[in-house]
Design a protein around this ligand. Structure first.
Ligand code: PLP
Length: 393
């Protein structure tokens, strides 16, 4: 008899959104070898790591070259120095965390994908549109998913009034990828109070917190009661340019207890079996990124990208194209002009302007008719894209 495969994979799309985009761009480039393509699609950063991070990495590499300072397996949850550095970072938001509540990992994507392991067969609530990993990782595990629509009517910020009051694992992403929408304090209070009342757990993805401007919560733990109902996942990818360096963290407060079981202990057990820690050199780099100097250098990266976001927003305004985002997030979420579908607009931009963006429906059905542009390109590439928008959109 043939080996049985995980049939749940039949419920996910054949290819991951960004693989499909890459395939279409590859095909177009092969047929149009002179085309100067500008990529405002994938949410990858382009600026290099900052001097403070690089010098910490060099120092750590030298330590690895010396027997007396060489390190082997890193602790599964992160060295104490980085767990404490992350806990210290939260003081900025008036959130007090214990180092043992912080689990350091090689990326928010891994943690989002893996967190499914510690939950049973619950209802899963996911906003639509949103970062596709929440949905795919739950589908792979055969979970039942309830989508809550993020639309122009609710300002792309769905609230618990869309739910039935039952317990669920609820994913929230603020600032949101792809829409750029960000929950305010009052809205997050409503979510936390819903979670406490219904016995739900919120998985709060704050990967873009460094892009927030104004008085919005950077962490869900800024909301009273959140420690008893929320897990937070954050990353240095977009904050400090670590997309290729890989370092993130998951916070599971000691107060988060379900049926007498501390989720912190469960996650520790999961990580101890399936994860062998982030490389020492990278943890030192992450520690450097979280120092005062590191943070101020990273803030310059964010400023650079947000200048691009402003430039993109300006041309869309000029062209009377509806958009959101670009203020507390590096993403601009626009409505495809002339009622085009998302993939139709993708092909149009690629063929007519040689600009690559991301079709909104790749983030869920709620994204149909919308499109995401990112501000992570270089200033020069962004300016070139803008002049093409200006001339040809
Ligand atoms: N969460 C969101 C909302 C993202 O958009 C991304 C990456 O684009 C991630 C998590 C993944 O981050 P990491 O690079 O730490 O895996």
């Amino acid at each position: 008899m043939a080996i049985k495969l995980n049939k749940n994979f039949e419920n996910i799309k054949q290819s991951y959104l960004f693989s499909e985009i890459a395939a279409r761009v590859r095909k177009y480039s092969a047929e149009n070898s002179n085309a100067k393509i500008i990529r405002l699609g994938i949410g990858d950063v382009t600026l290099p790591l900052t001097p403070t991070v690089i010098s910490a990495m060099h120092k750590a590499v030298d330590e690895m070259a010396n027997q007396s300072t060489f390190r082997g397996y890193a602790p599964e949850y992160g060295y104490d120095f980085i767990r404490s550095a992350v806990a210290d970072y939260y003081k900025k938001f008036n959130v007090s965390l214990l180092a043992n509540e912080v689990f350091v990992s090689d990326g928010a994507k891994s943690d989002i994908g893996n967190i499914v392991d510690i939950f049973g067969d619950n209802d899963i609530v996911i906003p639509d549109p949103v970062y596709p990993v929440y949905m795919d990782s739950n589908l792979m595990s055969g979970r039942k998913i309830k989508l809550i629509l993020a639309s122009e009517e609710n300002d792309f910020l769905p609230m618990p009034d869309l739910l039935d009051g039952g317990s669920a694992v609820i994913y929230l992403c603020s600032p949101n990828n792809p829409t750029g929408a960000v929950y305010n304090r009052e809205q997050l209070k409503v979510w936390v109070s819903y979670a406490v009342k219904s016995g739900s757990v919120i998985i709060f993805d704050s990967a873009y917190e460094a892009y927030i401007k104004g008085n919005y919560p950077h962490s869900i733990y800024e909301i009273e009661g959140a420690k008893s109902c929320a897990i937070e996942i954050c990353s240095l990818s977009k904050t400090a340019g670590f997309t290729g360096t890989r370092c993130a963290w998951t916070v599971i407060p000691d107060e988060l207890v379900i049926d007498g079981v501390k989720l912190n202990t469960r996650w520790a057990r999961r990580q101890a079996t399936k994860f062998n820690g982030v490389p020492y050199v990278i943890q030192r780099a992450a520690e450097a990124a979280l120092t005062k100097q590191g943070q101020s250098e990273s803030a310059e990266l964010v400023k650079y990208y947000m200048n691009n976001a402003r430039l993109i927003s300006d041309v869309l305004k000029k062209k009377n194209i509806w958009y959101k985002g670009g203020i507390c997030s590096p993403y601009i979420w626009l409505k495809c002009p002339n009622n085009m579908g998302s993939w139709e607009f993708f092909d149009y931009l690629l063929e007519k302007l040689q600009v690559v963006g991301t079709p909104g429906e790749g983030f869920g059905k709620g994204g149909e008719g919308y499109f995401r542009l990112t501000s992570f390109g270089s200033l020069e590439a962004t300016l070139e894209a803008i002049s093409r928008f200006d001339a040809k959109l």
